[in-house]
Design a protein around this ligand. Structure first.
Ligand SMILES: [Zn+2]
Ligand SMILES: [Zn+2]
Length: 183
């Protein structure tokens, strides 16, 4: 979704609320299972454009212990600020254009093309930042057997992992990581 912010950018003091309903975002770092919904408020303070609001969606995560995929609700608070630069449209002109100043960032690229903001890109960046590290499909997830790779949430496999199982768990996790292909 792309938003034309010409009106708010050209009016100091203007504040607009914009409902957001973005289709589920999917890329290599992020997989949404539901639309991204909420509301964003854009405010022109004269020197800056403020963007604020709370958005919710549902993401697909892979359990850090047993690798199974599960869905989890995710909420992200957006709080962004961009400097505004006013440029006269010509010598002695009474009109001026207002541009959003963005810091050059090779990773994220540019969110604005003139007064048009790439909302999809802003949402993608913001959601990726709040993804949980080491997510668990269940706080009590039993994980995978370090010997045979069986999912211990399903059933005990009977392997003897008592004494040296712990020492092997690092290697086991590596092997399982290599075997398991995400589908
Ligand atoms: Zn799990
Ligand atoms: Zn086992």
């Amino acid at each position: 979704m792309r938003l034309d912010l010409s009106e708010v950018l050209s009016t100091v003091g203007m504040r607009i609320a914009c409902p957001v309903e973005e289709p589920p975002l999917v890329d290599e770092d992020l997989e949404c299972a539901a639309p991204v919904v909420g509301e964003l408020v854009f405010t022109n303070t004269g020197n800056a454009l403020l963007i604020g609001g709370i958005l919710t969606t549902e993401v697909v995560l892979s359990c850090a212990r047993c690798l199974r995929y599960f869905r989890q609700p995710l909420e992200v608070e957006i709080e962004e600020q961009f400097s505004l630069r006013t440029r006269p449209m010509g010598p002695g002109a009474r009109k001026a254009t207002v541009e959003v100043e963005e810091e050059e960032d090779a990773n994220t690229g540019s969110l604005f093309t003139g007064p048009v903001m790439d909302l999809t890109d802003l949402l993608r960046q913001s959601l990726t930042l709040v993804l949980p590290l080491g997510p668990l499909h269940d706080p009590d997830c039993a994980g995978l057997c370090v010997r045979c790779g069986a999912d211990l949430n399903e059933a005990a496999c009977g392997c003897d992992t008592g004494r040296d199982g712990r020492a092997l768990s690092g290697l086991g996790a590596l092997l399982h990581g290599g075997e398991q292909e995400p589908n």
